[in-house]
Design a protein. Structure first.
Length: 341
């Protein structure tokens, strides 16, 4: 055996190794991650052959946010629920696509963990074959026993014990953290395994890219507008003007920001005072990941993970990315940095 040969680490092996870092681990938590991985592979299989099986297109229904629900959203939502309802490790789930919490069926045991998920993020992009994703977030239950409750599902983001996402793109990647750094796995379709490809990911302290739906410019608050103008000003030492990249698929925009650095924004505007993105399903999990990678996530005023949730589907403005970029953005929002010379 050639000892210089790099080791192949499957997600299964990685989960086991992470578990061993925690004394007293029972394996229940690893069980949650393992079951999730299976769901992701099933969703990947379906998204990658979507055009072939005539599953593209709208169901004609709207979800509780008023978005049109696509067939693949429904498929992904049900796939995750069914993969996770019987393992005995969860007490309750909640999904962006469902108004109420999702209980574990009576015939299965309940466990000590809580799963929140956005089954198919960026679904308006499906028909154009643009990258889409799944986002997940795991908490420990706070209710004592039996079925989990809405309170289990509306804990502050700082209480997350794991978070991750899958991006179904030119290749399919799973990125996750259990509070011990961020790890990325690329799916090898020939063997159906996620293999470790990005170890201990760190976001650059400063980037050269900003990512925002600039079509909403006229509705933003003055500080955000001035910050965007600042990014567009020329300053070679500070790598300005920044490049603009916006896919309109949060997972894909986040993934690029994590790897290349820079800033992603979905600010509030005069029409949507709380922005568009969902705190529990989108902002909190990505905030945990970006912080674990050395970056920052805020709502314009405070740290995302410090927001006290008041409802399952609440929205939040979201600014996340490289620490230096977020710091400058915050100065503009606070009105302390208006010199564009
Ligand atoms: P969703 O597809 O789960 O409803 O998520 C909302 C999506 C995000 O992926 C993306 O960042 C954002 O909406 C894009 O919004 P907009 O089209 O307003 O730029
Ligand atoms: Mg979403």
């Amino acid at each position: 055996m050639n000892s210089s040969q790099s080791k192949v680490v499957t997600i299964e092996r990685h989960i086991n190794e992470q578990e061993r870092l925690h004394t007293g681990a029972t394996g229940d938590f690893s069980g949650v991650l393992r079951d999730l991985t299976l769901a992701f592979k099933i969703i990947w299989r379906q998204t990658s052959k979507a055009g072939l099986v005539n599953i593209l297109g709208a169901t004609g229904k709207e979800n509780i946010h008023g978005d049109q629900v696509k067939k693949l959203d429904v498929f992904a939502d049900e796939t995750i629920y069914k993969a996770m309802d019987h393992g005995g490790n969860l007490c309750v789930m909640a999904s962006e696509e469902n108004e109420d919490v999702l209980h574990i069926p009576d015939r299965y045991p309940t466990g000590k963990y809580v799963l929140l998920y956005d089954p198919l993020d960026g679904s308006s992009n499906i028909d154009a074959n643009v990258s889409i994703g799944t986002i997940f977030s795991i908490y420990r239950r706070i209710s004592k026993s039996g079925k989990g409750t809405i309170e289990d599902c509306t804990q502050g983001g700082f209480k997350q014990i794991a978070a991750g996402y899958v991006v179904y793109g030119s290749s399919t990647m799973l990125v996750y953290t259990t509070g011990n750094g961020v790890y990325g796995f690329t799916l090898d379709p020939s063997i159906g395994e996620f293999l470790l490809s990005h170890e201990d990911l760190k976001i650059p302290a400063k980037g050269k890219i900003y990512s925002v739906n600039e079509g909403n410019y006229k509705y933003w608050q003055p500080g955000v507008k001035k910050y965007i103008k600042f990014l567009q000003e020329e300053n070679k030492e500070e790598s300005r003007p920044y490049s603009l990249r916006y896919i309109g698929s949060l997972v894909a925009d986040f993934h690029r920001t994590l790897l290349y650095g820079g800033i992603f924004m979905y600010p509030s505007d005069i029409r949507n005072k709380k922005g568009k993105l969902r705190l529990m399903y989108e902002a909190n999990p990505l905030a945990m990941i970006v912080e674990q990678a050395g970056g920052v996530a805020m709502d314009g005023e405070q740290r995302i993970l410090d927001i006290k949730p008041d409802s399952l589907h609440q929205k939040t403005p979201l600014f996340l990315g490289s620490s230096e970029d977020i710091k400058i953005c915050k100065e503009f929002i606070d009105g302390r940095e208006f010199d564009l010379s």
